[in-house]
Design a protein around this ligand. Sequence first.
Ligand SMILES: Cc1cc2nc3c(=O)[nH]c(=O)nc-3n(C[C@H](O)[C@H](O)[C@H](O)COP(=O)(O)OP(=O)(O)OC[C@H]3O[C@@H](n4cnc5c(N)ncnc54)[C@H](O)[C@@H]3O)c2cc1C
Length: 432
Amino acid sequence: MSNPNPSTKDFRIAIVGGGMCGIACAVALARKGIRAEVFESAPKFDEVGAGVGLGPNALRALRGLGILDAVLALTDEAQKTARQMLYVSGPGAHEEVYDYNNSSVFTEADNGIGIYRPAFLKAVMPLLPDSTAAHFNKRCTSISTLESGVQCIRFADGTTHETDLVIGADGIKSMTRAAVVGTEKKIFQFTNSVAYRGLVPMDTLRQEGVTSAVDKRLLNFVGIDKHIIAFPIKSGKMVNVVAFATDNSVSVGSVEVTGPWVEAVPHQELLDKFQDWGHDVTAMIKYMKTPSKWFIHALSPLETFVRGKIALVGDAAHAMPPHLGSGVGQGFEDVYLLCELLGPSSTKLSNLESVLKAYDTIRQPRANMVLERSFRAGVVCESFGKPGYMTPSEMEGHLAGIWEPIWRHDLEGDYATAVSTLKADGVFPAVN
Ligand SMILES: Cc1cc2nc3c(=O)[nH]c(=O)nc-3n(C[C@H](O)[C@H](O)[C@H](O)COP(=O)(O)OP(=O)(O)OC[C@H]3O[C@@H](n4cnc5c(N)ncnc54)[C@H](O)[C@@H]3O)c2cc1C
């Protein structure tokens, strides 16, 4: 995919990491005539075979990036209506606890989608033009700024690459982050939660007498120290199941996971964990195809996403627990604002650092707000059931409106604010 097409910019861009955010960034820049090179540690672009929920803010960001139509073309009706969460009890008869549809502020504009991650990749890959050079098996190990101001990226294979702007999209274990915040303190931590992930055929669940609307709605089975999220994918033929279990006997950050963060798991482990939960849950657990176990990690909020001409996006900047299904949505918001700010002809090598600062001023507090809410949502979803824990009305008190600040954000407003700051500071001309 290498092509020496000239960029419309007087600076070079390297994107480190080709996950959902890195690829979205490359596509959006290419649409603006800006050339970028992508350096991915894996042998090819790939996505784990699981679903991902995208809220309305994520969809608006994708629209702004020019990606939404392609994604929606691979999304069916069942996935489009799956978004508003219905909370039911995990143990017992799965009684309704709280329906987010009843939120007084809910409107149609709050619709989101659930999509199979490989389908997202399939949608965006054709949008990646030949002018984007993609380099595989390139694991970034460090970045240094040369005396000339040029960024020098080092890779595990001993090679280096020089560029002007580095966009760090290399996920939670990011190496680019070290160049922004330093390496002296441990930034990510195990949340003491594991997630068992897998797909279950809907036909099987029907045969097993499952009556919960997992083929139509986004369901959250809540309980104590455990909760399960289930939503339809593949036209409602499959149900995507994510079953969380948390060890609350130890403090967050005190346990270090030394092995891999994702591993195959014996089915018996899940069956044992959820054996005392209700019928529909145990059926989903029983028929989960090739379940995997994920050790959920998250970042402590970073003070900045930018240093000099290095900017972080996505999980590299703000990896959060998945309890509000908003991690990649925040990544898409990062990518949207960053690409919008890189687009104007006023953005040049000479003022790049000021432009990145404007990006940071807006994105750092917002993404960290969502990170903090995601931690809180996880605690609420695992505090329901017995005396001494929450009642349905207490749950409602915590959950009603929890998504509104995330979903109803004005992305164009962010861009307008950044541009007026840049004009006020004399970085952009008053008339642009
Ligand atoms: C169980 C679970 C459920 C989730 N559900 C949702 C959900 O419903 N909705 C939602 O919005 N989010 C969800 N998330 C979060 C979401 O998956 C992440 O926010 C998203 O994948 C981040 O994308 P990214 O591109 O920033 O990082 P990644 O997807 O981690 O991609 C990083 C890329 O960089 C590459 N890379 C890594 N290190 C290097 C290096 N040193 N050099 C070069 N390349 C490198 C990797 O190979 C990878 O391709 C969930 C997460 C989990 C764990």
